[in-house]
Design a protein around this ligand. Structure first.
Ligand code: ADP
Length: 183
Protein backbone atom coordinates (compact mmCIF):
# COMPACT_ATOMS: atom_id res chain seq x y z
CA UNK A 1 0.00 0.00 0.00
CA UNK A 2 1.29 3.44 -0.91
CA UNK A 3 2.13 5.58 2.11
CA UNK A 4 -0.03 8.67 2.59
CA UNK A 5 1.88 11.86 3.24
CA UNK A 6 1.12 14.10 6.18
CA UNK A 7 2.70 17.06 7.92
CA UNK A 8 2.79 16.76 11.69
CA UNK A 9 3.39 20.25 13.01
CA UNK A 10 4.80 20.60 16.54
CA UNK A 11 4.31 24.08 17.96
CA UNK A 12 5.14 25.39 21.42
CA UNK A 13 7.50 27.45 23.54
CA UNK A 14 11.22 26.88 23.55
CA UNK A 15 11.90 24.02 25.95
CA UNK A 16 8.33 22.70 25.78
CA UNK A 17 9.54 19.40 24.32
CA UNK A 18 9.08 19.67 20.55
CA UNK A 19 12.49 18.30 19.61
CA UNK A 20 12.36 15.52 22.19
CA UNK A 21 8.96 14.24 21.06
CA UNK A 22 9.77 14.70 17.36
CA UNK A 23 13.00 12.72 17.70
CA UNK A 24 11.24 9.82 19.44
CA UNK A 25 8.36 9.76 16.95
CA UNK A 26 10.84 9.89 14.04
CA UNK A 27 12.89 7.03 15.46
CA UNK A 28 9.84 4.79 15.80
CA UNK A 29 8.44 5.57 12.36
CA UNK A 30 11.82 5.10 10.66
CA UNK A 31 12.18 1.72 12.34
CA UNK A 32 8.77 0.84 10.94
CA UNK A 33 10.04 1.69 7.47
CA UNK A 34 8.09 4.88 6.83
CA UNK A 35 9.59 7.48 4.56
CA UNK A 36 10.03 10.44 6.82
CA UNK A 37 11.64 13.86 6.99
CA UNK A 38 12.20 16.14 9.98
CA UNK A 39 12.26 19.91 9.57
CA UNK A 40 13.69 21.29 12.77
CA UNK A 41 13.28 25.02 13.34
CA UNK A 42 16.82 25.61 14.55
CA UNK A 43 18.37 23.72 11.63
CA UNK A 44 16.08 25.34 9.08
CA UNK A 45 17.15 28.77 10.31
CA UNK A 46 20.77 27.84 9.53
CA UNK A 47 20.04 27.14 5.86
CA UNK A 48 16.59 27.44 4.25
CA UNK A 49 15.70 30.59 6.16
CA UNK A 50 19.18 31.84 7.03
CA UNK A 51 19.22 35.59 7.51
CA UNK A 52 15.64 35.88 8.75
CA UNK A 53 15.21 37.43 12.17
CA UNK A 54 12.52 37.33 14.82
CA UNK A 55 10.15 40.14 13.87
CA UNK A 56 6.59 39.01 13.14
CA UNK A 57 7.26 39.38 9.40
CA UNK A 58 10.41 37.28 9.53
CA UNK A 59 8.87 34.64 11.78
CA UNK A 60 5.92 34.36 9.40
CA UNK A 61 8.26 34.11 6.40
CA UNK A 62 10.23 31.39 8.21
CA UNK A 63 7.03 29.39 8.74
CA UNK A 64 5.81 30.03 5.19
CA UNK A 65 9.04 28.56 3.76
CA UNK A 66 8.98 25.58 6.08
CA UNK A 67 5.35 25.06 5.09
CA UNK A 68 6.25 25.22 1.40
CA UNK A 69 8.84 22.45 1.71
CA UNK A 70 6.60 20.41 4.01
CA UNK A 71 3.83 20.65 1.42
CA UNK A 72 6.07 19.36 -1.40
CA UNK A 73 7.20 16.41 0.68
CA UNK A 74 3.68 15.66 1.91
CA UNK A 75 2.42 15.59 -1.69
CA UNK A 76 5.03 12.91 -2.38
CA UNK A 77 3.84 10.62 0.37
CA UNK A 78 6.39 11.57 3.01
CA UNK A 79 5.57 11.91 6.71
CA UNK A 80 6.98 15.33 7.58
CA UNK A 81 7.65 16.23 11.20
CA UNK A 82 8.02 19.97 11.69
CA UNK A 83 9.36 21.20 14.98
CA UNK A 84 9.21 24.98 15.22
CA UNK A 85 8.00 27.43 17.86
CA UNK A 86 5.72 28.95 15.19
CA UNK A 87 4.16 31.43 17.61
CA UNK A 88 1.54 32.98 15.31
CA UNK A 89 -1.82 31.28 14.83
CA UNK A 90 -2.73 32.86 11.53
CA UNK A 91 0.33 31.62 9.64
CA UNK A 92 -0.05 28.13 11.12
CA UNK A 93 -3.63 28.12 9.84
CA UNK A 94 -2.48 29.37 6.44
CA UNK A 95 0.01 26.50 6.17
CA UNK A 96 -2.63 24.02 7.36
CA UNK A 97 -4.97 25.24 4.62
CA UNK A 98 -2.31 24.82 1.92
CA UNK A 99 -1.17 21.37 2.99
CA UNK A 100 -4.51 19.84 3.94
CA UNK A 101 -2.99 16.66 5.37
CA UNK A 102 -1.93 18.53 8.49
CA UNK A 103 -1.88 17.44 12.10
CA UNK A 104 -1.12 20.08 14.70
CA UNK A 105 0.52 19.08 17.96
CA UNK A 106 0.46 21.66 20.70
CA UNK A 107 3.49 20.86 22.85
CA UNK A 108 2.44 22.59 26.01
CA UNK A 109 4.14 23.26 29.32
CA UNK A 110 3.78 26.42 31.40
CA UNK A 111 6.38 29.09 30.73
CA UNK A 112 7.77 28.65 34.25
CA UNK A 113 8.44 24.96 33.53
CA UNK A 114 10.10 25.68 30.16
CA UNK A 115 12.15 28.38 31.79
CA UNK A 116 13.08 26.09 34.66
CA UNK A 117 14.31 23.48 32.16
CA UNK A 118 16.16 26.14 30.15
CA UNK A 119 17.55 23.39 27.90
CA UNK A 120 19.67 25.77 25.83
CA UNK A 121 20.24 28.51 28.40
CA UNK A 122 18.24 30.91 26.25
CA UNK A 123 15.68 32.00 28.87
CA UNK A 124 18.49 33.13 31.15
CA UNK A 125 19.96 35.19 28.34
CA UNK A 126 16.54 36.58 27.43
CA UNK A 127 15.88 37.60 31.04
CA UNK A 128 19.29 39.26 31.14
CA UNK A 129 18.31 41.26 28.06
CA UNK A 130 20.97 39.60 25.89
CA UNK A 131 18.31 38.20 23.54
CA UNK A 132 15.45 40.40 22.43
CA UNK A 133 12.03 39.30 21.16
CA UNK A 134 12.21 35.93 22.86
CA UNK A 135 8.93 34.02 22.65
CA UNK A 136 7.19 33.88 26.02
CA UNK A 137 9.38 36.60 27.53
CA UNK A 138 9.02 39.71 25.38
CA UNK A 139 7.36 38.25 22.29
CA UNK A 140 3.94 36.61 21.99
CA UNK A 141 2.96 32.96 21.71
CA UNK A 142 -0.53 32.26 20.42
CA UNK A 143 -1.61 28.77 21.47
CA UNK A 144 -3.58 26.67 18.98
CA UNK A 145 -7.34 26.83 19.57
CA UNK A 146 -8.10 23.43 18.08
CA UNK A 147 -4.99 21.28 17.85
CA UNK A 148 -5.45 17.63 16.90
CA UNK A 149 -3.19 16.75 19.83
CA UNK A 150 -2.03 18.46 23.00
CA UNK A 151 0.97 17.12 24.89
CA UNK A 152 1.20 18.51 28.41
CA UNK A 153 4.87 17.75 28.89
CA UNK A 154 4.86 19.01 32.47
CA UNK A 155 2.23 16.40 33.39
CA UNK A 156 2.98 13.42 31.15
CA UNK A 157 5.93 11.15 30.48
CA UNK A 158 7.63 11.30 27.10
CA UNK A 159 6.17 7.88 26.20
CA UNK A 160 2.65 9.19 26.75
CA UNK A 161 3.28 12.20 24.52
CA UNK A 162 4.79 10.00 21.79
CA UNK A 163 1.89 7.54 21.93
CA UNK A 164 -0.66 10.35 21.68
CA UNK A 165 0.93 11.45 18.42
CA UNK A 166 1.21 7.94 17.02
CA UNK A 167 -2.37 7.02 18.02
CA UNK A 168 -3.75 10.07 16.26
CA UNK A 169 -1.78 9.29 13.09
CA UNK A 170 -3.15 5.77 13.27
CA UNK A 171 -6.71 6.98 13.90
CA UNK A 172 -6.48 9.31 10.88
CA UNK A 173 -5.20 6.48 8.70
CA UNK A 174 -1.67 7.78 8.06
CA UNK A 175 0.09 4.86 9.75
CA UNK A 176 -0.78 1.24 10.38
CA UNK A 177 -1.91 -0.15 13.71
CA UNK A 178 0.86 -0.71 16.21
CA UNK A 179 1.30 -1.53 19.87
CA UNK A 180 2.04 1.28 22.32
CA UNK A 181 5.63 2.43 22.16
CA UNK A 182 7.84 2.85 25.20
CA UNK A 183 10.72 5.30 24.99
P1 ADP B 1 11.93 22.33 22.39
O1 ADP B 1 12.37 21.54 21.19
O2 ADP B 1 10.44 22.50 22.46
O3 ADP B 1 12.67 23.62 22.55
P2 ADP B 1 13.31 20.28 23.90
O4 ADP B 1 12.73 19.02 23.36
O5 ADP B 1 14.65 20.71 23.37
O6 ADP B 1 12.25 21.47 23.70
O7 ADP B 1 13.42 20.19 25.49
C1 ADP B 1 12.36 19.71 26.30
C2 ADP B 1 12.88 19.20 27.64
O8 ADP B 1 11.76 18.74 28.41
C3 ADP B 1 13.85 18.04 27.50
O9 ADP B 1 14.88 18.21 28.44
C4 ADP B 1 12.96 16.82 27.85
O10 ADP B 1 13.71 15.76 28.39
C5 ADP B 1 11.98 17.40 28.86
N1 ADP B 1 10.69 16.67 28.96
C6 ADP B 1 10.10 16.26 30.10
N2 ADP B 1 8.92 15.62 29.87
C7 ADP B 1 8.76 15.62 28.52
C8 ADP B 1 7.74 15.11 27.66
N3 ADP B 1 6.62 14.48 28.11
N4 ADP B 1 7.87 15.31 26.34
C9 ADP B 1 8.96 15.98 25.88
N5 ADP B 1 9.96 16.47 26.62
C10 ADP B 1 9.87 16.30 27.95
Amino acid sequence: MKQRGVTVWFTGLSGAGKTTITTAVAKFLREQGYSLEVLDGDLVRENLTKGLGFSKEDRDENIRRIGFVANLLTRHGVIVLVSAISPYREIREEVRGKIGDFVEVFVNAPLAVCEGRDVKGLYKRARAGEIKSFTGIDDPYEPPLNPEIECRTDLEELSESVNKVLSKLQELGYIAEHSPVSV
